[in-house]
Design a protein around this ligand. Structure first.
Ligand code: PLP
Length: 247
């Protein structure tokens, strides 16, 4: 059974209730899947949301944000410095000219899908460490195109291993897991298969790369399926904020 979430825009005052409902759905899905409650973290996908709504989520206790757009990340993060410590992940495609900004304003990039970008991030993070702006390898997830849709970024599952081993040789990056956007369809078994394929890949990589533990998969319409397939991070926008404002 999938939870029906409101698709009305949420006012800042409604955001705590919306978050609580999503967390409840996650805990139910974990229980149903025989997983421990709390294994799946909720990341709020904040693209195009105004800062008041993001602030309302932080005030309520949300601590984990996902940004698609590096420009928005760069605009918003300085405005939230006084609010609460929180984690930000990049969940949108990173153009190489934005790589430095992503490193400066986020804690993790979930969308690594090329050796070229990996090498650039590794070099830039090395420079940041040398300059005293960072002290540890930067965390990345590999984005897997688990549905095979041409419209999606990410690596074909068959090619992800090769990149993972190449990235694991880069001293200033650390592979924390895999990210995927599931199949874009109403067919539950097809969505589940795309998530299961990503989980199997994570399991096989984790044998050689012990830091590769996270599975970022599941959004508003398929979070229960993702939890059943082992997701550790769901990225939720609409169920919490309502429809996205236009760019
Ligand atoms: C927008 C977005 C989400 C959230 O999607 P909703 O359907 O609004 O929950 C999750 N992941 C990525 C990569 C996104 O771009």
């Amino acid at each position: 059974m999938r939870t029906e979430f409101s698709t009305e825009p949420a006012t800042p005052a409604e955001i705590p209730g919306r978050i609580a409902r999503v967390v409840e759905a996650l805990r139910e899905a974990e229980t149903k899947a025989g997983r421990s409650m709390g294994e799946t973290r909720l990341q709020l996908a904040v693209k195009y949301q105004p800062v008041e709504k993001i602030r309302a989520a932080l005030d309520y206790g949300a601590r984990f944000m996902g940004h698609n757009i590096i420009q928005q990340l760069e605009d918003i993060e300085p405005q939230l410095r006084d609010v609460q410590p929180h984690w930000t992940h990049v969940i949108g495609h990173v153009q190489s000219n934005k790589a430095g900004k992503a490193l400066a304003f986020a804690n993790c990039i979930e969308t690594l899908d090329s050796l070229k970008l990996a090498r650039r991030l590794d070099r830039l993070q090395g420079e940041r460490i040398a300059a005293g702006e960072a002290s540890a390898p930067f965390e990345v997830y590999l984005q897997v195109n688990s549905s095979g849709a041409d419209s999606q970024f990410g690596l074909e599952p068959g090619r992800a291993k090769e990149l993972a081993y190449q990235v694991s040789e880069l001293g200033n990056l650390k592979i924390g897991g895999l990210m995927t956007i599931g199949a874009h369809t109403d067919d539950v078994s097809e969505i589940a298969a795309s998530f299961a394929c990503t989980r199997d890949l994570r399991d096989s990589l984790a044998a050689d790369i012990p830091t590769c533990t996270e599975l970022s998969m599941g959004m508003t319409h398929d979070l229960e399926i993702a939890v059943a397939e082992g997701s550790t991070i769901v990225r939720v926008g609409t169920a919490v904020f309502g429809p996205r404002p236009a760019a």
